[in-house]
Design a binder for this molecule. Structure first.
Ligand code: PRT
Ligand code: ZN
Length: 210
């Protein structure tokens, strides 16, 4: 039996559930339960915070999981990316107050940047040869400039309306993300066969949509 970790409630949940439904895999979802066994596929589903999913998959508590690529890369857990799923698309971008001029990434030299993605941002700045102070905050990153905590932010953007309503403008995209299926890197042959079966169905569902 495969154990599959899905986000309990958030931007990945509904599409993750729909994907399995379209694959013909039935399980109870949205009942408040933290676990559910499928009635017609050898799989048990666990409902978790998205940030915890890469760790559970690394440890083998779950064999598979669905997370945003942004979370998978930021947590740096050694898991395999099995397949890109095409939903929950977003980007990780740097934004600054709308009235500020932007001459390029070098403008961030010596500045304070608020983010929930210190590793992705740190690596990007290092590649660009920019030294800045990264302030890690776990939420409401967009208000940091208006309260004097930082001169810039690095956060997830989808429509851009959150940046707009906080008086910020997007100046640099550092990472593009979508939901991905991740797996433990040491699955036994039996589980790998089930993953292959699942993947075949996922690809068929995706092909039917294109
Ligand atoms: O509770 P839990 O920890 O499980 O969930 P969460 O609150 O950490 O995550 P959630 O559900 O917000 O997002 C899950 C995943 O969805 C993220 O890791 C991304 O891969 C993806 N995703 C897609 C997004 C967005 N779009 C998105 N717009 N994640 C966050 N946002 C936020 C962003 O942080 C910002 O506050 O939405 C705001 C910006 O949206 P726009 O449309 O105004 O630009
Ligand atoms: Zn989260």
């Amino acid at each position: 039996m495969l154990r599959i970790a899905l986000q309990k409630s958030g931007r990945l949940s509904e599409d993750s559930y729909q994907l399995f439904k379209e694959c013909g895999i039935r399980f109870d979802y949205g009942t408040g339960k933290l676990k559910s066994v499928s009635s017609n596929f050898p799989a048990e589903f666990l409902f978790l915070r998205d940030d915890d999913i890469p760790g559970y998959v690394e440890d083998g508590v779950a064999d598979l999981g669905i997370v945003g690529e942004n979370v998978a890369v930021e947590t740096g857990r050694p898991v395999q990316t099995v397949h890109k799923l095409g939903f929950s698309k977003c980007r990780l971008s740097i934004a600054i107050p709308r009235g500020t001029n932007w001459g390029g990434i070098q403008d961030l030299q010596g500045k304070n940047i608020a983010t929930s993605y210190p590793n992705l941002l740190g690596n990007y700045l290092a590649e660009q040869g920019v030294q800045a102070d990264i302030h890690e905050i776990s939420g409401s990153v967009e208000i940091a400039p208006s309260i004097g905590l930082a001169e810039a932010v690095c956060d997830i953007v989808s429509s851009g309306s959150t940046l707009l309503s906080n008086g910020l403008k997007e100046v640099e995209t550092i990472f593009r993300s979508e939901a991905i299926l991740i797996a433990n890197s040491a699955l036994d042959a039996e589980k790998q066969a089930l993953v292959d079966k699942l993947l075949f169905r996922i690809k068929s569902v995706q092909a039917a949509k294109n």
